[in-house]
Design a protein around this ligand. Structure first.
Ligand SMILES: NC(=O)c1ccc[n+]([C@@H]2O[C@H](COP(=O)([O-])OP(=O)(O)OC[C@H]3O[C@@H](n4cnc5c(N)ncnc54)[C@H](O)[C@@H]3O)[C@@H](O)[C@H]2O)c1
Length: 251
């Protein structure tokens, strides 16, 4: 087991996509898990389910990452229950596609707050704990949208995700003296059942057409990469963005 007894704190971890895949991968590898999500009931249900399935300790907590007090409370509860935090996986991110000329302030604020401010709140709350421990692994979720321009109404999302990459590089530099690593994982298109509620059918088809590798990307592809970054094998990797795209984005 690669994460035996490590305590992992995850945001937006009770959905149908990447977050829950990472929860399950960490649980399979023996980590004690704090499943947080804006939907508290779902977070508790996922925690109960993985406790049963993997026999690992798990705690489910409501935590909207845009609310500083909820983030700080969830981190405090984690310390009360488990005494430390070894791994932080920031999964929360959202999109509400809109062309710039039509974009409402609320669209901009929602996307930036969930995808970028939330990462800052969680890192800031967890960092002093990891510094005291002289150990920590942080992975923040970005997107290839943060590298490339897209014309389908992703300007706020791309700006937030580019911000996550820049923020994480600074974090990596500040945290390195404490044996803490910080990296980002950048998926391209990873299907889940919620996707059709966000993107129109033709945009989904376009995203598939861009992938050279001959199968669709799955949440587990991202979970495998995150596992590598937080495991002992990934110790000397910090300040990096790992793209998991089936080749749809190449740098
Ligand atoms: N799916 C993709 O194609 C894709 C591509 C690139 C990047 N990403 C990024 O990967 C991450 C996960 O995306 P996913 O599509 O796999 O979804 P997911 O299922 O992993 O996450 C959805 C969950 O996010 C939670 N959530 C939403 N707003 C929140 C908030 N303010 N605070 C806490 N929780 C909140 C929801 O309650 C839901 O349970 C996001 O950061 C997304 O931007 C996804």
């Amino acid at each position: 087991m690669k994460l035996k007894n490590k305590v992992a704190f995850l945001t937006a971890a009770a959905g149908v996509g990447i977050g829950q895949a990472v929860v399950r991968t960490f649980a399979r590898e023996g980590a004690r898990i704090v499943v947080t999500d804006a939907h508290a009931d779902r977070a508790r249900n996922v925690a109960l389910a993985i406790q049963k399935e993997y026999g690992t300790d798990a705690l489910g907590l409501g935590c909207d990452v845009t609310r500083r007090n909820e983030v700080e409370l969830a981190v405090k509860e984690t310390i009360v229950n488990f005494g430390r935090i070894d791994i932080l996986f920031n999964n929360a991110g959202t999109n509400r596609p809109s062309q710039i000329a039509d974009m409402k302030d609320e669209d901009w604020e929602l996307v930036i707050n969930v995808s970028l401010r939330g990462v800052f709140y969680c890192c800031r709350a967890v960092l002093p704990i990891m510094m005291d421990q002289k150990y920590g692994r942080i992975v923040n979720t970005t997107s290839v949208a943060g590298f490339r321009g897209l014309k389908a109404g992703h300007a706020h999302y791309a700006a937030a995700k580019a911000g996550v990459m820049a923020f994480t590089r600074c974090l990596a530099m500040e945290a390195a003296p404490y044996y803490i690593t910080a990296n980002t994982v950048a998926p391209s298109f990873i299907y889940n059942e919620f996707i059709p509620h966000i993107y129109p059918e033709e945009e989904i088809e376009r995203m598939y057409e861009e992938i050279p590798y001959p199968r669709k990307g799955a949440p587990q592809d991202i979970a495998n990469t995150v596992l590598f970054l937080v495991s002992d094998e990934g110790e000397y990797i910090t300040g990096q963005t790992i793209c998991v795209t089936g080749g749809s984005w190449m740098r």
